[in-house]
Ligand binder design. Structure first.
Ligand SMILES: *[C@@H]1O[C@H](CO)[C@@H](O)[C@H](O)[C@H]1NC(C)=O
Ligand SMILES: *[C@@H]1O[C@H](CO)[C@@H](O)[C@H](O)[C@H]1NC(C)=O
Ligand SMILES: *[C@@H]1O[C@H](CO)[C@@H](O)[C@H](O)[C@H]1NC(C)=O
Ligand SMILES: *[C@@H]1O[C@H](CO)[C@@H](O)[C@H](O)[C@H]1NC(C)=O
Length: 293
């Protein structure tokens, strides 16, 4: 859970921006050289940014998340659908072996977030951006020992900090590292069909699991919850994301200044045919590839 959110989000943000550039690319301006400021700021010096512009940028991202860019293979992310199947099993108090299959994940709430300017930092070689999501809820079709139902996990007030490192080489920008952290304030879970023959037992257990979540949240926030399987998945996803972003930056000939310029254009986006109209429904299964890595 920890890094895919970060990797997914940073990839989405960049792809949305770059996707936008592609739609605006006009042969006349593509080859244009960008004037370099007389005194290039030190690569590690924080750059000033205009809060209303960044705010508009994120508003544009939220709108675009609804529609995605189907023409670039980016589907709607509202809700985000993952055709990913998780198979695992655990012993319930050494009493009962439970095998779990979870599939058809649907994640709601990724387009509801706020941005914290006071903890944001940009330089010519790195960026740190904190975003807060009040309610991210994942629904999944779950099968516990063969009994089917819909389970959900509701995450409240998730703060995601994205950290990106990048550098310019031959007038092109390359992401060299992506990382971040996730802080969770509260969580709520409901697992369907825990005891298919007893609604009462299911209720008791869901309550017990719910009560144990604050401890899980603490373990999670303290980084004490280390899941080998997840970290393997994540390191794969990280390189997949970096590769995707770098390909996009490369194919649109973006260096740092041109990327910033296109982000500002995106924030101020003049309506065009590719802009989200907010009503068109989209299918969203193409996203699976993002996690496959
Ligand atoms: C999962 O989703 C696919 C495609 O959206 C659908 O065909 C399938 O029936 C769903 N499976 C379950 C168990 O809900
Ligand atoms: C959180 O979002 C889910 C899915 O959109 C919704 O069902 C739930 O009621 C929301 N919870 C709160 C407390 O707003
Ligand atoms: C439960 O769902 C699985 C697919 O996830 C399906 O193969 C199975 O037949 C379902 N079982 C029941 C009892 O509906
Ligand atoms: C989430 O944060 C908001 C504002 O910071 C606060 O009002 C709310 O109580 C918090 N919710 C939870 C579930 O912690």
């Amino acid at each position: 859970m920890k890094r895919p959110t970060v990797v997914t989000l940073s990839t989405i943000v960049l792809l949305l921006v770059v996707g936008r550039v592609a739609t605006e690319a006009d042969p006349e301006t593509l080859g244009q050289t960008v004037s370099v400021p007389p005194s290039t700021p030190s690569p590690t010096e924080p750059l000033p940014f205009d809060e209303p512009t960044v705010e508009r940028f994120f508003t544009a991202v939220k709108n675009q998340l609804r529609c995605g860019y189907p023409m670039f293979g980016v589907p709607s992310l509202v809700p985000l659908k993952l055709s990913y199947t998780l198979k695992t099993s655990f012993d319930l108090l050494s009493l009962k072996k439970i095998s779990v299959v979870a599939s058809n994940f649907t994640v709601h709430g990724l387009n509801e977030f706020s941005w914290d300017p006071s903890r944001t930092r940009f330089t010519r070689t790195s960026a740190t951006v904190p975003l807060s999501f009040p309610n991210v809820t994942a629904f999944a079709h779950t099968s516990l020992n063969g009994a089917n139902g819909t389970s959900f996990l509701e995450l409240r007030n998730v703060t995601v900090r994205l950290d990106a490192q990048y550098e310019e080489k031959d007038d092109l920008l390359y992401v060299t590292d992506l990382s971040g952290s996730v802080l969770l304030e509260d969580a709520k879970v409901k697992i369907a069909s825990l005891f298919p023959k007893s609604a009462k037992l299911s209720k008791i257990w869901n309550k017990a699991i719910g009560k144990s979540l604050p401890i899980l949240v603490e373990l999670f926030n303290g980084g004490k919850l280390k899941i080998e399987y997840l970290s393997r998945l994540l390191s794969g996803a990280k390189f997949y994301a970096m590769n995707t972003i770098n390909n996009a930056l490369n194919s649109h000939s973006l260096n740092f200044d041109r990327l910033v310029e296109s982000m500002i254009k995106f924030a101020d986006g003049a309506p065009d045919s590719l802009q989200c109209d907010g009503t068109a429904p989209m299918g969203g299964d193409e996203f699976a590839g993002w996690l496959r890595a």
